[in-house]
Design a protein around this ligand. Structure first.
Ligand code: MD6
Ligand code: FE
Length: 212
């Protein structure tokens, strides 16, 4: 299909945090963040945020989740997987908004579109433990992450769980790409800092991750 110029302006400021890990800080301007937030509100009105549970233990996550795209990433007692429908409503996930498809093309150059956009919502005390994104088929495609709302501390390790880690902040409008040599690196969110953004009227943080 014909290449379309992306409608989302992304900054040229790129910081290589590690091999294959690039931080595009302030990639989305305020107007784009507001537009994207509107798209996420439409998604969560059709596919409500729900509280997933951990494999085996069934313990609830502190992060609430929903998805858009042909497949959604879910976690429950039986494990992690991709599935085409919402685990509580049974409805298919809403489509990925065009602006995210454009952003994926522009930022990754990958020759195929993302199939899943996982939406994570963090209230003040939510966090996400160290994990790898390893349930995808296309490990040659990066994971593209977009942060909105309150600032968070992101921890990036290496390919082994016990390896050294570094941490840095993710702000509203930042885009992070994890691919290449570090596509399977461990990472997580240590904490979210309340009242550091006015984008979400009731506070909190939203993170979107696009995958294939
Ligand atoms: C978050 N992000 O920022 C969680 N995964 O809330 C992730 O787990 C993540 O930001 C893969 C690639 C980039 C990410
Ligand atoms: Fe992840």
């Amino acid at each position: 299909s014909e290449h379309q110029a992306a409608k989302v302006p992304i900054s040229s400021q790129k910081l290589e945090i590690a091999s294959g890990v690039t931080l595009l800080s302030c990639a989305l301007d305020t107007a784009s963040q507001t537009t994207l937030l509107g798209e996420i509100r439409k998604i969560s009105s059709k596919a409500p945020l729900y509280t997933p549970t951990m494999p085996r233990t069934g313990k609830p996550w502190t992060v609430r989740m929903t998805n858009c795209g042909p497949l959604g990433w879910v976690s429950d007692r039986s494990g992690y997987r991709y599935q085409p429908d919402h685990p509580e409503t049974g409805d298919p996930w809403p489509a990925i908004p065009q602006m995210l498809l454009d952003l994926w093309d522009e930022a990754t150059g990958y020759p195929a579109p993302p199939e899943c956009c996982l939406v994570n919502f963090y209230a003040d005390k939510a966090r996400m433990g160290l994990h790898r994104d390893e349930d995808e088929q296309a490990l040659d495609a990066p994971v593209l992450s977009i942060s909105l709302g309150d600032t968070a501390t992101f921890r990036l390790g290496g390919l082994e769980r016990k390896g050294k880690t570094q941490s840095f902040k993710l702000h509203s409008g930042d885009v992070l790409l994890i691919g290449g040599d570090n596509r399977l690196a461990y990472h997580g969110i240590d904490r979210v800092f309340p009242n550091t953004s006015t984008l979400l009227k009731d506070g909190g943080r939203i993170n979107l991750t696009l995958r294939r």
